[in-house]
Design a protein around this ligand. Structure first.
Ligand SMILES: Cc1ncc(COP(=O)(O)O)c(C=O)c1O
Length: 433
């Protein structure tokens, strides 16, 4: 067994030294042994195939319960795919079609690895945390950030979150990651989290800000192996003309030999398929077949050891959309509703009393982030509870003084009243009239 690991590690070390240097102890340990999935794959064409533990009709077909079968209208092939196990990296057809979806309208897209299917984006992030996190590993995340990053990297793997403000004086700070890593010894690998449109901030950088951010990341990569994680959960949900929609991942692919860009995306938000749990992990590296296999050996072993294989039924449902030729149009319809809500909330945000609530940069995504001035001394969690109790209004509170409104889950015509209630609640707790 350890011979396979040796070979996998040697391949990665010689073909992608920066990636190898950034691997955690767990990442170095993992490899995909010639276990049941490998043996079953090798025996796929045999007449008498007694390898894998799936119940079939004896001829390779699924035997779903009729009551479950009745809810899915599928071809024979897709029915088998939906009810039997998926390959650990996901269905090949889906991986290819998702790769095409990522590149839509992009004639100049650089080569990357094939997307690797996961059980939603959180699972994709956990694979990255396993591969590149671990005790003491620096992970730079501009603050405020989605709290699950900390659970995933710091609490689960022992990595150390380093932060710097995502916004300075009400403007996006393109150097936050560089500031967060400023005193990390040169040569020590690091992970950087990039999430545009962001959660909780609802912001996507402008063209100029992206240029500055790119220069900043390249300066870091001059000093150390840098894994940039591009969390594109809210891909292309950008509402202001002139702000680039295309994922920042594409700006970073192939720009520096010490930089390893990884795209995390999926059907959860992009296709409004929240319960489906289909995510993807895409390495922005142009690797030969042997190196791809070595990298996938790591990904497959982590995925199989944690979730077994990604959900087959959801992949088959997503496949129907991608094959239909209507996915772009249907996704655009959802984006149009999100854009309508963005417009609907603007007058209420513009009317906010800045001594009570300040709007942080907002041009995209699913969320508005408001900051209460420090001098009010209000605890955001107490404000949140007050709003539930006295104003029948639910929002998310984030330390030390932020309130997040999810515009995605409120009808356009209800948003102004929601904002007004938040302001009234804050005014009351601040002892103002
Ligand atoms: C920025 C960001 N990344 C990842 C996720 C997780 O997505 P999933 O539900 O597919 O695990 C979320 C969910 O809210 C998110 O906001």
């Amino acid at each position: 067994m350890s011979e396979i690991r040796e070979q996998v590690n040697r391949t990665l070390e010689s073909a992608t030294p920066a990636l190898y240097a950034a691997l955690s102890p767990l990442g170095r340990r993992m490899f995909y042994p010639a276990d049941i999935p490998v043996q079953a794959q090798e025996a796929r064409q045999t007449t008498f195939n007694g390898t894998i533990g799936i119940f079939t009709d004896g001829r390779g077909n699924a035997v779903p319960l009729p009551s479950m079968d009745a809810v899915l209208t599928l071809s024979e092939d897709d029915r088998n795919r939906a009810f039997l196990y998926s390959p650990v990296p996901g269905f090949e057809e889906l991986r290819t079609l998702w790769g095409d979806w990522q590149r839509d309208d992009m004639a100049d897209a650089p080569a990357t690895c094939l997307p690797f299917a996961t059980a939603g984006l959180a699972h994709a992030l956990s694979i990255i945390a396993d591969l590149f996190g671990g005790e003491g590993r620096a992970i730079a995340i501009p603050t405020p950030f989605w709290g699950n990053y900390r659970q995933n990297f710091e609490l689960r793997t022992g990595a150390v979150v380093r932060s710097a403000p995502a916004y300075h004086e009400g403007r996006f700070n393109p150097r936050a990651i560089e500031e967060a890593l400023a005193d990390l010894p040169s040569g020590e690998p690091a992970v950087a989290m990039l999430n545009f449109p962001s959660n909780p901030g609802g912001y996507s950088p402008t063209r100029e800000e992206r240029e500055e951010l790119k220069r900043s990341l390249l300066r870091i990569a001059d000093q150390r192996p840098l894994v940039t994680v591009h969390d594109d959960a809210y891909n292309e949900l950008v509402y202001e003309a002139g702000v680039p929609k295309r994922s920042f991942f594409w700006d970073m692919v192939g720009t520096h030999e010490q930089l390893i860009p990884i795209k995390v995306d999926g059907a959860t938000k992009e296709f409004a398929f929240f319960g489906g749990r289909v995510g993807f992990l895409t390495f922005g590296l142009d690797l030969d077949a042997t190196t791809t296999e070595a990298l996938e050996s790591k990904l497959k072993s982590i995925s199989r050891a944690t979730i077994g294989s990604p959900v087959a039924t959801s992949q088959v449902i997503l496949l129907q959309a991608l094959r239909s030729g209507k996915a772009r149009e249907e996704v655009e319809q959802i984006r149009a509703i999100a854009a309508e809500r963005y417009q609907a909330i603007q007058p209420a945000l513009a009317a906010l009393d800045p001594t009570l609530l300040r709007l942080l940069p907002f041009n995209s995504g699913f969320f508005v982030l408001l900051e209460m001035p420090a001098e009010l001394g209000l605890d955001p969690h107490a404000v949140r509870k007050h709003l539930i109790e006295h104003y029948s209004t639910g929002i998310v509170s984030i330390s030390p003084r932020y309130l997040r409104i999810a515009t995605c889950s409120v009808a356009a015509d209800a948003l102004p009243e929601l904002v007004a209630r938040v302001e009234r609640g804050v005014r009351e707790l601040a002892g103002r009239r």
